[in-house]
Design a protein around this ligand. Structure first.
Ligand code: SF4
Length: 372
């Protein structure tokens, strides 16, 4: 028995988890039944040993973070999903749409603060045409030509195609020419139709989300894949979500990161129907994702959604990316996130080193930035 194998098998006593550990050691994908077992186990330290083994095999001791800003360009949205605390109808109190001049001011302030990247998402606002978006990306590139732009959910791309009469591919090409660097992977929520029909009935289907990603990957764009949990989903819904992402990744290889997003229910239409996840739920979902999605290289534990302390703990349960600084984040804070909406770089580095990992400043495409 190799030392590596002896060490891992010595830590895992539960029979179902030993089956998982054997597959991981052999480099075999685990099954959906294995994922279900991982998602309900109470033996989180044993599960964590397997996830950490896999995490170190893929990413060593590195833990990534970014220095970026969020740009939420409008909260006017024609879908008004029940899960959303952020959107408004045009004319509502608090409804806003940033002009390109306002965007310029924000990005210039971000550049003065030393950002490497802008992360852009917003609502589906019928007042905006594709020109607004190409103009926005060009403007950002003029301010800082090497800015990495991570922009728009699959829901927005589907909308852009509809309003412009272009194909998805043509929309991507226009935005790539204007400076698009990668996709943040939002809008996936949970693919399972039953729950999706309750939390976001007017949103594109899970199949369409996967089609948008397939198209982006075919053009060489790298993307995240997200999953919204902590609402009405079951373990089976989570396994289904993982499985569809793993299948597409086997075909395209375009997902660079998986990002489970812990739902915040305050001010949403489904607040009363759900119960909050426990700490063990968070750990099980992250660790299971790390093990099941063996073909997606990174796992992001966004401190802003999870809280800094849980995000730090998850570095020992498979995560290798803690998220970024996010000046001006609005979406999750509208739904009651209690975290600060600006994590300093020093603080993110401290969370990582304090957990025994090596902090690496990167963009969302994992290009290393050597400023520290
Ligand atoms: S979740 Fe997105 S698509 Fe749905 S209402 Fe909110 S901004 Fe619009």
């Amino acid at each position: 028995m190799s030392a590596e194998r002896e060490r891992l098998m010595g830590l895992v006593r539960d029979a179902d988890l030993r089956t998982v550990a054997e597959k991981v050691l052999a480099g075999e994908p685990v099954s959906e039944a294995d994922a279900r077992n991982m998602l309900v186990t109470n033996r989180v330290l044993e599960l964590g040993a397997i996830a950490d083994f896999m995490r170190r095999r893929i990413n060593g001791d590195n833990a990534c973070y970014g220095v970026n800003m969020n740009l939420n360009y409008t909260n006017v949205c024609e879908l008004r999903c029940p899960l959303c605390a952020y959107s408004k109808d045009a004319g509502d109190e608090g409804a806003f749409t940033l002009t390109l001049d306002e965007i310029e001011g924000r990005v210039r302030r971000g550049v003065e603060a030393g950002i490497d990247e802008v992360h852009i998402v917003g609502g589906l606002n019928p007042a905006l045409g594709l020109d607004y978006f190409t103009g926005m990306l060009r403007l950002i590139k003029r301010i800082k030509p090497d800015m990495h732009i991570v922009a728009f959910t699959a829901v927005e791309y589907d909308y852009f195609a509809r309003i412009s009469g272009l194909t998805l591919e043509e929309v991507f090409r226009a935005l790539m020419e204007a400076g698009l660097g990668a996709l943040p992977g939002g809008g996936a929520e949970i693919f399972a139709e039953g729950v999706r029909g309750v939390i976001a009935p007017k949103k594109i289907s899970g199949e369409r989300w996967l089609e948008v990603m397939r198209t982006a990957h075919s053009l060489g764009l790298k993307t995240n894949a997200t999953m919204l949990y902590n609402h009405l989903e079951t373990a089976d819904d989570i396994v289904d979500h993982f499985s569809r992402i793993r299948d597409l990744q086997n075909k395209t290889g375009g997902f660079k990161t998986f990002v489970p997003l812990a739902f915040h229910g305050e001010n949403t239409g489904i607040a009363a129907k759900r119960k909050d996840s426990t700490g063990f739920d968070d750990i099980r979902i992250y660790a299971t994702a790390r093990v099941f999605l063996h073909n997606v290289p990174h796992l992001k534990a966004l401190w802003m959604y999870l809280g800094e302390k849980m995000a730090q703990v998850l570095l020992a349960f498979g995560a290798d990316d803690i998220g970024a600084t996010y000046h001006h984040e609005k979406v999750v804070h509208a739904a009651g996130a209690r975290t600060s909406n600006y994590g300093s770089e020093e603080h993110l580095r401290r969370l990582i080193t304090d957990a025994g990992f090596v902090p690496v400043r990167t963009t969302a495409s994992y290009e290393t930035i050597n400023k520290k």
